[in-house]
Write a protein that binds this ligand. Structure first.
Ligand SMILES: C[S@@+](CC[C@H](N)C(=O)[O-])C[C@H]1O[C@@H](n2cnc3c(N)ncnc32)[C@H](O)[C@@H]1O
Length: 474
């Protein structure tokens, strides 16, 4: 595919001022900006301005929504040299079609049409003559309703890519609550057959018991967003039930705030009308701490250029800082959240921090020795695009480390729940698009066909809710 024509979009006033320069200076300005095209929005440029800019080598581009690109003016301002009309948005397909029909009837030989950030998916019939890329102009994609439903929102260059709306996943929570109901009971018969009266059969999967000494505490999950199947998978199959032992509204240190639990047995229908409730007890160990120690060891062993996708509030600062100071690594963090990068910038001198997304990495092909995706997999809009990018930037022999978490349930008292609910929703937005286990990352890696998987650690009962996949680029 030919490279798109890059157009620097400036205010109309800035374009008029540039036209006052000599042709040589205009040319130099274009070269410095890495563009051949000069675009403006608003009223047409006067003839003398157009001719001076053209003398400086500029391809002129009139940029705007179809309703602001006056068809009667097109033939006028395309006189005396080429004019590119960049359509930014259309009120509807019908309006664009009508506009195109009229333009094509009175089209002059010097007039060329192109799409701006108008996504191809919206108007596939309008191919335009040229591929353009607008620089110096924020994509007004928010104006296009379909974009808010499209996972390609950030990646779509409008004119040059995007063939269909890629359905955008709904954000999901990665945590649900089991809330204690009623007082603790003395456990009869070794915790067998404790089933309080009045719990409907359909609700049975939504209860569990915690055995503490000779006492049983009953917990109930009322979270409607979590189906019985979700609960059974997360709780019984993956063992992800944790006891909140903190007095915090927001948990920020899982190793300290959560006590591990082990399932004695899942809830079971005895087949004779009776029911055995699921029972759990406190467990020993520090699964979160063990995971972190292992990750630190892996990261501490890296050498060369690290590209950290979704670096966020960067963890492992001490380890990374040591590696950078000793010259063992160059570290590039790619993260969409600018404030998060700014907060850690001071703590990690020598690191390269850049605002960006995994789906479009600002890294040259084959440069990275290591690609990290630490707890950002579940945040990606477009998993295949991100893995295509990770694959592109990795050199042969490079390593890939993907780590993330499955959902988990928290056993809480009503007062702990009330404290958590007191935090405004705006401070705890759902940021995940999935609560994948290792198999999802494995599938994404294998889909690229360019990595050899060297280690997979999926979440299992007794472990933290964190999984890991490592691979080496072939
Ligand atoms: C849970 S944080 C992980 C931060 C850090 N890597 C860690 O291990 O703690 C997830 C990060 O992914 C970032 N993120 C969200 N969407 C992303 C995308 N499309 N590409 C890359 N990172 C993204 C979020 O802004 C957030 O900082």
């Amino acid at each position: 595919m030919a490279s798109p024509l890059v157009i620097a979009v400036r205010t109309r006033q800035a374009v008029v001022q540039l036209a006052e320069q000599s042709p040589a200076r205009i040319r130099r300005a274009l070269v410095t900006q890495g563009t051949r095209g000069l675009g403006w929005r608003g009223a047409p440029l006067p003839a003398d301005v157009r001719s001076r800019l053209r003398a400086g080598g500029a391809v002129l581009a009139w940029v705007g929504a179809v309703q602001s690109l006056d068809i009667n003016m097109l033939s006028v301002i395309s006189e005396g040299g080429p004019l590119l009309v960049v359509v930014e948005s259309a009120p509807s397909s019908a309006a664009l079609a009508a506009w195109l029909a009229t333009v094509s009837m009175q089209r002059s030989p010097t007039l060329r049409l192109a799409r701006g950030p108008l996504p191809r998916c919206l108007h596939p019939e309008f191919r335009g003559d040229l591929q353009v890329q607008l620089s110096g102009s924020a994509l007004p994609v928010a104006q296009v309703a379909a974009c808010s439903r499209c996972a390609l929102r950030h990646a779509c260059a409008g004119a040059t890519s995007g063939t269909a709306v890629l359905p955008r996943a709904q954000p999901v929570s990665n945590q649900f609550d089991w809330v204690q109901t009623g007082p603790a009971l003395v456990a009869p018969l070794g915790a067998q057959a404790v089933w309080p009266q009045g719990v409907p059969a359909a609700e049975r999967m939504r209860h569990l018991w915690l055995l503490e000494g000779d006492r049983l505490r009953r917990f109930h999950c009322a979270a409607a967003a979590w189906s019985d199947a979700d609960l059974a998978h997360t709780t019984d199959e993956l063992g992800q039930a944790w006891l909140d032992v903190s007095s915090k509204a927001r948990l920020d240190d899982f190793a300290a705030d959560l006590a591990p639990l082990r399932q004695l047995h899942p809830a079971e229908d005895n087949g004779d009308g009776s029911w055995r409730p699921g029972v759990w007890r406190r467990d020993h160990g520090d699964p979160f701490g063990a995971e972190e120690t292992r990750l630190l060891a892996l990261i501490g062993g890296l050498r060369g250029l690290i590209v950290d996708i979704g670096a966020g509030p960067i963890r492992y600062l001490q380890t990374l800082s040591d590696l950078i100071v000793r010259g063992h690594v160059r570290y590039l963090a790619v993260e969409p959240d600018l404030p998060a990068l700014e907060r850690t910038a001071a703590a990690l001198p020598g690191a390269l921090l850049t605002q960006g997304i995994g789906e479009q990495l600002p890294v040259r092909t084959g440069q990275a020795d290591h690609v990290l995706m630490l707890r950002s997999f579940n945040h990606l809009h477009d998993v295949p695009a991100a893995f295509a990018e990770a694959t592109r930037v990795a050199r042969p022999g490079a390593s890939l480390l993907v780590v993330d978490n499955v959902a988990f349930g928290l056993l809480r008292t009503p007062s702990q729940l009330a404290r958590a609910h007191a935090v405004p929703v705006s401070e705890t937005p759902f940021e995940h698009y999935r609560n994948a286990n290792a198999d999802a990352a494995l599938a994404a890696i294998e889909h690229t066909g360019q990595w050899t998987v060297t280690e997979v650690r999926a979440v299992v009962p007794g472990a933290a809710n964190q999984w890991l996949v490592r691979a080496q680029k072939r």
